[in-house]
Design a protein around this ligand. Structure first.
Ligand code: MLC
Ligand code: AMP
Length: 420
């Protein structure tokens, strides 16, 4: 509740709010607070290493916000941190107008109204749980139940009309037939943040009688594509552009690719839901936009002649989606390199039935070093965040490299996957 109070207070006061993961470790927390130029932390928390004042909610604090920090927020209502292929997470500037366009576009696609009772248990520091799951309910005036954890049992008990979840949660729902059947009184179930496997889509349809609505988006662009309640819901497809959004795909040779249902290209999007770039990173912002103003998503997609989109994958192996969380291989590698005795490391996403991808690391120790894999996992959980920890750490003699010395991540992913 304190998160929702703090976010709404910030929005009402016209003060940009920066959500921080509840399980954020000390390095990640410090990076986000410093990089964003935050002047105060709102609400209760158990962090005892903060160098900036905490303002309690529901009363007047005795500490004042820290001053002297000037950042160009470019009119952002929210600054949401997201991982890239390398380096620490970047803050995405999200103006109120983009948030409103996204929420209204989704309301149109899903016929979302004040009569709905939305249920989800997603974390409140990302677009899915916070923007769609909280601000969406507030904008529509619909009732919201947050189940705290997104468990099948909690979803079954909530008696909602619309449910949101990431594919990992939907896969767990399908594996719990009793809970799944309890959702059959809902009018819509919605999946997003990662690809919904076709068997999970089919399992949901069989157990709940509902064809899941699938939608696609990114922190940088908010939600741009969705299937519609009054349209076709084709397994493995993420539908059409929301109102006010346009898309196109670009082939490897740099030309725009045809919308023929076969050609794969990098997806580019433009429109009212797209954010205002990265905070304090004009270089990264410029690199993400084409000369004619389209945002380059880094996802590969196919567009059909009927306008239906299918996401075919990511263009970079260094972006991992685990349980719907985006994690950059680079940030985990940097963290592990700081662990005593580590000479080299490579982090990859290995295919996982539950999480979509699970984070695994291959570590080469320095000569004579004896590294405990569990200690490496704990190190990442404490420094970055619990959800960014590798699920397995392999101690290896060397990393597979090509003739230029570059780590062959595809080969490593195959090798690690084969050891499961
Ligand atoms: C385990 N734990 C540890 C630990 N190992 N804690 C500390 N150190 C270690 N080494 C404990 C934790 O304390 C915690 O305990 C528990 O393990 C967490 O378990 P987990 O294994 O990480 O959780 P898991 O079951 O795998 O979570 C699955 C999940 C979660 C689906 C619930 O991944 C999730 O909430 N995903 C949603 C991500 C999301 O919202 N993405 C949207 C991005 S926006 P305890 O006791 O606390 O459980 C976006 C745009 C768009 O993508 O399109 O939407
Ligand atoms: P994030 O930065 O956490 O907002 O993650 C955005 C990324 O999640 C996108 O670039 C996609 O790779 C992935 N994603 C989101 N929704 C879907 C979806 N429905 N299908 C496939 N991938 C998705």
């Amino acid at each position: 509740m304190s998160t929702i109070t703090a976010i709404v207070a910030g929005l009402r006061a016209g003060v940009a709010v920066v959500p921080i993961a509840h399980d954020a470790g000390h390095e990640e927390r410090r990076h986000i607070l410093n990089d964003s130029g935050a002047v105060a932390v709102l609400g209760e928390h158990q962090w005892n290493d903060l160098e900036i004042p905490t303002l309690p909610l529901g009363g007047v604090g005795d500490s004042a916000p820290r001053g002297g920090v000037v950042t160009d927020l470019n009119g952002a209502a929210l600054v949401m941190y997201t991982s890239g292929t390398t380096g620490a997470p970047k803050g995405v500037l999200l103006p109120e107008s983009a948030i409103a366009a996204c929420l209204d576009g989704l309301a149109d696609a899903w016929q979302w109204t004040a009569d709905d009772h939305l249920v989800h248990g997603l974390p409140l520091f990302h677009v899915h749980g916070l923007v769609l799951g909280v601000l969406g309910a507030l904008r529509r005036g619909s009732r919201l139940t947050h189940t705290v954890r997104p468990t099948p049992e909690a979803y079954a008990a909530a008696n909602g009309s619309v449910y949101f979840a990431v594919p990992t949660v939907w896969s767990r729902v399908v594996n719990d037939a009793t809970s799944a059947r309890a959702l059959s009184s809902a009018r819509a179930i919605v999946s997003g943040s990662a690809a919904l496997p076709v068997p999970v889509f089919e399992g949901l349809r069989e157990l709940t009688g509902l064809a899941a609505l699938e939608r696609y988006g990114m922190t940088e662009t908010l939600i741009t594509l969705s299937t519609r309640l009054d349209g076709e819901r084709r397994p493995g497809h993420v539908g059409m552009p929301l109102a006010g959004v346009a898309t196109r795909i670009r082939a490897d040779d740099g030309t725009l690719a045809p919308h023929d249902g076969e050609t794969i290209g990098t997806l580019e999007v433009r429109g009212a839901t797209v954010g205002a770039g990265y905070l304090g990173r004009p270089d990264a912002t410029a690199a993400s936009i084409t000369d004619d103003g389209w945002f380059v998503t880094g996802d590969s997609a196919v567009i059909g002649p009927d306008g239906m989109h299918r996401i075919a994958g990511r263009t970079s192996v260094d972006i991992i989606k685990s349980g719907g969380y985006k994690v950059g291989a680079g940030e985990v590698e940097t963290s592990i390199l700081g662990f005593p005795g580590v000479a080299e490391v490579a982090v990859v996403g290995v295919a996982d039935n539950d999480l979509g991808q699970r984070i695994e690391a291959a570590v080469v120790p320095e000569d004579g070093a004896d590294i405990n894999p569990d200690a490496v996992i704990d190190h990442v959980a404490r420094q970055l965040s619990i959800h960014k920890r590798p699920r397995r750490v392999h101690i290896v003699e060397s990393l597979p490299r090509n003739a230029l010395g570059k780590v062959q991540k595809a080969r490593l992913t195959e090798q690690l996957g084969a050891t499961t």
